[in-house]
Structure formats: structure tokens, C-alpha cells
Design a protein around this ligand. Sequence first.
Ligand code: FDA
Length: 325
Amino acid sequence: MVGWFSRLVVATTVRMPKWFVRWVSRRYVAGPALEDAVRVMKRLTGEGACFTVDVLGEEISSLDEATFFLEEYIRVMDAIQEHGLDANLSIKPTAFGLLIDAEAGMANIRTLVERAAKHEMFVRLDMEDHRVTTDTIEVVLKLHEEGLTNVGTVLQGRLHRTLDDIEHLEKRLGGMADYRICKGIYLEPEAIAHSQYNDIVVATNEAITSMLRAGAYVGIATHDLPVVNHTRASLKEFGMGPGVTDPRPNAGPPRPNKGPGYEFQMLLGVRGPLRRKLLNEGHRTRVYIPYGEKWYEYSIRRLKENPTIGVQVAKAFLLPWTNRP
Ligand code: FDA
């Protein structure tokens, strides 16, 4: 059922005028400018949330375009400092040139991470599709080897390789590994990834437990109750929780501006009541704040990449009480 309905929503939305797409995406994207992101973060600070900022845009076609992202993220860092916001950065490695020239992409990312380190700010490398999984992990490993530990990657529960990646990262980084774990938004080939909801949830939950067992810092990025509830149970098993100093003997040192070994992460505009519930329970909860001129491309691309989002957006749109911001 979901298949044809999602595709219908996607097919309809991508044909709609730009103003309509903007209207639909407005709850998920802070706006076109950095000032919009600052305004949204100031508003949500009242809830007790913290943030990670994403400048919209992904794969670039020439290395010159990477300069834009580097400069814009430096502006973001300055704005975070200036406004005293509790926020860090999320970047797309391909927007820094990783797919055009791995060395040049790495150099651009290093420049940003070095600058962020001076401000004790963390940089998360979002995980894109399977073409860059290995390279993205390698960038993080190399930067840690160079002494830049304010950087971490994302792993995707849907990929078959994820448990092996956790083992590999545990060997290389021990408790210094710092993850975001999510289901994974890209619909990958069946040979390398789960495609059924239940399988994806089970695999994501296994990855969460495995990361916690490895002593890593874990950002659990989900709006899905079975994943949230599994996390709650797993935290309990390791004696972790809100306000409790991380008791794991293999845990890395406390991270500046982070939670006690873990945090929840959610997208702007999605499942506000669940976010507020987690915050009220005392869990550190980070909201992902996308902004930028490329909001239209971002919205359309996300819809095309994974048409099941179409159903969620339609549900949020037609039954807004099921998904208040
Ligand atoms: P699921 O898709 O089952 O959603 C559970 C419920 O949440 C839905 O029924 C719906 O009510 C609501 N919901 C979820 N998404 C919604 C939406 N867009 N609009 C309206 N309602 C929605 N992926 C990736 O490949 N690389 C990455 O780096 C990241 N980074 C990332 C950061 C953060 C903070 C989050 C929360 C997610 C990501 N993701 C990601 C996306 C992630 O992989 C996944 O596709 C989505 O979070 C949806 O999965 P859920 O676990 O939320 O469950």
C-alpha cells in the first residue's frame, strides 16, 4: 500500500509550484538563510534542545563549489558562538569534494574540523549513499589519527556492513568513536542492505547496542518508537541514563557539550511531542536544523530518493496532529 501511495505523493509534489513545495517543506527546513537557522534554534532553545546545523546541498560538480560550503560553515560556527547557541555542525562529505577527489575532499574537511576544534565544536560527517561509506569512515579515522577527535561519522542500520564497521572502528578508536546511528535514508541495492521495515529496525537496534557495548558515544537519530524504546532498554542494561555519569569502563572521556555517553537526535519539524517527551525525561536531545538556498532541491531530492517519506509528509500535512512540530 505504502509503495503506490508514496509514489503518488512524490509524483504529485514534484509537479507542484515551488511555493507549494516551500510551504510543505517549511516545517522541515529553517529557511534559505543562516539567520533563519539562528531564529529557529533560539526558539527551540526554550524547550531545552540542542542542535546540529546542516547547510543544504550535497554532491558538487567542481571543487570550486566546496569553497562555498567551507566558507558558509565558518559563518555558521561564528553565528553559533556569537549567539551562544548549544549547537554543532553536520556536513555532507560530497559537498566538500569527497567524490571528485578524495584527497582534496579530505583536505577541505580537515580545514573545517581544525577550525571547529579551536572552538571545542564537534563536526558530524553525515552518511550519504554506499558509494562513499568507506571513504567517509576513512576520513574520520585519519582525522582522529592526526589528533582531531572532534569528528565522528554516521552509520546506517539498513546496511549489512554496519556491525563490521562498528567492530573496525572499535579496534581503531576504542571509546573515542562517536557515532550517529540512523536507519539510513537511501534506498540501497538489496545485496547490501535490508529493505523491509522490521529487518531495518532489528538491525538498527542491534547496531545501537553494539555501539554502546563498545564504549562509543552514540547519537540515536530516530522518530520511531520501537527504536527509542529499544534504546531506553539498552541504556538501562549499561547503567546509563539522563544525569548519570557514563559508567561504562571502556567509555571515552566526557565530550564537551554532549550527553553522558549518548543523546537522541531528531529532524526539525518531525514528532515534536516525542522530542519534548525525551527532553522532559532528561535525555539530551539534538535537533537537526537544515537551512540554505538549496531548500527546493533538498526537498525534491529527498522525496525522490525515498518515496516512503512522501507518506510521512502527506500524513503530517493531512493529519497534522499526528506529527506536531
Ligand atoms: P520511520 O521512518 O519509521 O519514522 C517513524 C515516524 O516518524 C513516522 O511514522 C512519521 O510519523 C515520523 N517521520 C519520520 N520521518 C518523517 C518526515 N521526514 N516527515 C514527517 N514525519 C516523519 N539518514 C542517512 O542516510 N544519513 C544521515 O546522515 C542521516 N542523518 C539523520 C540525522 C537525524 C537527526 C535524523 C533524525 C535522521 C537522519 N537520517 C539520516 C534519516 C534516517 O536514516 C531515517 O531515514 C529517518 O530518520 C526516518 O527513520 P525513523 O527512524 O525516524 O523511522
